[in-house]
Each structure stands twice: as structure tokens, then as C-alpha cells.
Write a protein that binds this ligand. Structure first.
Ligand code: UDP
Ligand code: MG
Length: 319
């Protein structure tokens, strides 16, 4: 052990406009916190000047270390890699765009010293984000909570401190479609929260377009709930029951009355409706099967192209 108390993990993807400022502020905050620290920049396959700027920062200040991926693997994987390489007794994950205020880290460290093993940042309000994003995320967190038995706190992102023990436990979780905040809740441990106001992005634009948000939400739900599958079979059963009753009605009409129905429109409507339901159910099953396929292939979670200031040290191994 080389006595590093706190590791700060920062996933960065095309953040050339903010990385300089973020690194400067993090350094200030950590110096003021009076602990030995390292700051791990995980370059998630950026295609702008982020990597060069980060390399310069690493050269100037050896407290910074960098892991560069061979391509974009995604935010959750970048966080995972940062945690794998972290040497601190406490590990903080923070976004690169200064939406999570670095000053909160000091409060997190205080809670950690009191003995909490997970200290998550609770967003009491969010500035500078679109109403649509705020509303969808409010709904999403509550919906997810209703879908799963795991106690995942609402309005909490990845901005949090975890103890080394929690990291070591998380390392045993090799899932590919990772929803880290859920996984950490699943692990358990003593946790608490510190409140903060989510700031406006310092510069640049969001790296989570709608498409990625949907993917992320589906990952979260499928990782932590079978309810969509159950729902699919319940819907199937309910519809079969209704259809059976309707079949009896049709037979009765055909055999015992002469109101034989001309209904082309109604048969088309019924057929379209059932086909729609079947396709949706197949889609839900497909989402799960795709994820099973990902797991079975067992590819590595990420590929590192190069590192800086790592002193030839290997990351902890992920079998
Ligand atoms: N990020 C990443 N890989 C990605 C997308 C995002 O490492 O594929 C990083 C990004 O650089 C930032 C953090 O994840 O540090 C959160 O992204 P962003 O601020 O764009 O998301 P938002 O706050 O808009 O949800
Ligand atoms: Mg952001």
C-alpha cells in the first residue's frame, strides 16, 4: 500500500472544453481536503483533444493518472475501469462536466470517516437541464423502484464515494450491461447520502443523447427486474382468456342465430391488435435474450489502449 487515501475517478468523453477547468478544481478541492489522493481520468475513446489535454495535465501533475480506452465503451464501463485501477481507501466517482460540485467530496469523506461505506450524492435540484430530462428522469427512477426488489435510491446518480471494500465486492460483479448505481445498492453495505444541487454543465454538450438514455434505462430495468417478462406472460394469458370467451360468442352466433357477422373490419382490428401485442412481447423477450448473449460471449468489459502515470502497475484483475 502506498498510503493513498482517496481516489477520484473521472470518466471523460469528448470533454475538451471542460477538462482543464475540472482538473484544476478537483486538485484545489483535494488539496484543501488534506488527504493524499490521486485523480484517475478515464478517457472513454474521446475523438476530440481530450486525450492530449489530459496527457499534458498528467505530465504537469503526477497526482493525475490516465487510462485511455481503445474506443468508446460507455460511461458505466469507464467508471468500472477507473474503480479497477483505483488505489485509494475511498473512491469517489464524479462527472467531468462540473455538474457534480467537487466541494461535496469533502462532506463525503467526512461521512466515510464516520464509518459509512457508501456515500451517495442526492440531487435536491437540477440546474440547466431540460424539463424533458428532469421529468423523464424523475419518472424513470420511480418506475425502476417499483419494478425491482433491490432498494435503489431515487434521484441519485453515479456521483458517490465508496469504500475500497465495496469496490472489491463490485469487482466480483462481471455483468456487461452495467447499471452501477443499482449494483452498488445490490451489494448492500452501510450507506448514507449527502445532498447537493446539480449544477449546470460547465461547458460543452451532454454526452447522453436520447438514444443512450433509452439504452441506459432498458439496461437498468432488465438488470434489476424480471417484471417485464412476467407482465408479458400476464398480458398473454389475459388476452387468451378474452379471446376464448369471444370464440364461444362467435360459435354461438354462428350455430344458433342468424346474425352471422359480415365483420371484415372487426377481424382486421382484432388481428392487428394481437399481432401488435405479440411483437411487443417478443421485443421484451429479445431484450433479455440479447443481454444473455452478451454475458455468454464473456468478452472483456473494456480494452485499454494506453495509460499514463501508472508506474507499470497493473489494474486489479477482472477474471
Ligand atoms: N461519458 C463517458 N462516456 C460516454 C458518455 C459520457 O465517459 O459514452 C462521461 C462524460 O464525459 C461525463 C459523464 O460521463 O463525464 C456524464 O456525461 P454527461 O455529463 O454528458 O451526461 P449528463 O450529465 O448530461 O446526463
Ligand atoms: Mg453532465
Amino acid at each position: 500500500m502506498d498510503g493513498i487515501i482517496c481516489s477520484v475517478v473521472v470518466p471523460v468523453y469528448n470533454e475538451e472544453e471542460v477538462i482543464g477547468e475540472t482538473c484544476a478544481r478537483l486538485r484545489e478541492t483535494m488539496d484543501a481536503a488534506g488527504v493524499t489522493y490521486e485523480i484517475l481520468l478515464v478517457n472513454d475513446g474521446s475523438r476530440d483533444r481530450t486525450a492530449e489535454l489530459a496527457a499534458e495535465i498528467c505530465r504537469e501533475h503526477p497526482v493525475f493518472r490516465m487510462i485511455s480506452f481503445s474506443r468508446n465503451f460507455g460511461h458505466q464501463i469507464a467508471i468500472t475501469a477507473g474503480m479497477d485501477y483505483a488505489r485509494g481507501d475511498a473512491i469517489v466517482v464524479i462527472d467531468a462536466d462540473l455538474q457534480d460540485p467537487p466541494s461535496v467530496i469533502a462532506q463525503m469523506l467526512d461521512k466515510w470517516r464516520e464509518g459509512y461505506e457508501v456515500v451517495y450524492g442526492l440531487r435536491i435540484s437540477r440546474k440547466g437541464e431540460s424539463t424533458a430530462k428532469k421529468i423523464t428522469s424523475k419518472i424513470f427512477y420511480r418506475f425502476l423502484r417499483g419494478m425491482t426488489e433491490v432498494n435503489i435510491p431515487v434521484d441519485v446518480g453515479d456521483f458517490r464515494l465508496i469504500d475500497r471494500k465495496v469496490r472489491d465486492a463490485l469487482r466480483l460483479v462481471n455483468e456487461r450491461n452495467r447499471y452501477i448505481r443499482g449494483l452498488i445498492s445490490w451489494l448492500g453495505f452501510r450507506s448514507t447520502s449527502v445532498e447537493f444541487v446539480r449544477e449546470k454543465r460547465f461547458a460543452g454538450t451532454t454526452k447522453y443523447p436520447f438514444r443512450k438514455m433509452v439504452r441506459f434505462a432498458i439496461d437498468a430495468i432488465t438488470s434489476f427486474s424480471y417484471k417485464p417478462l412476467k407482465l408479458a406472460s400476464y398480458v398473454g394469458m389475459a388476452l387468451s382468456a378474452v379471446s376464448f370467451v369471444y370464440l364461444l360468442v362467435v360459435l354461438w352466433q354462428r350455430l344458433f342465430t342468424d346474425t352471422a357477422i359480415a365483420g371484415w373490419a372487426s377481424s382486421i382490428a382484432v388481428s392487428l391488435f394481437f399481432n401488435g401485442v405479440i411483437l411487443i412481447i417478443l421485443g421484451i423477450i429479445g431484450e433479455y435474450i440479447g443481454r444473455i448473449y452478451d454475458e455468454v460471449k464473456g468478452r472483456p468489459l473494456y480494452i485499454v489502449s494506453h495509460t499514463l502515470n501508472m508506474d507499470g502497475e497493473q489494474r486489479i484483475s477482472r477474471e
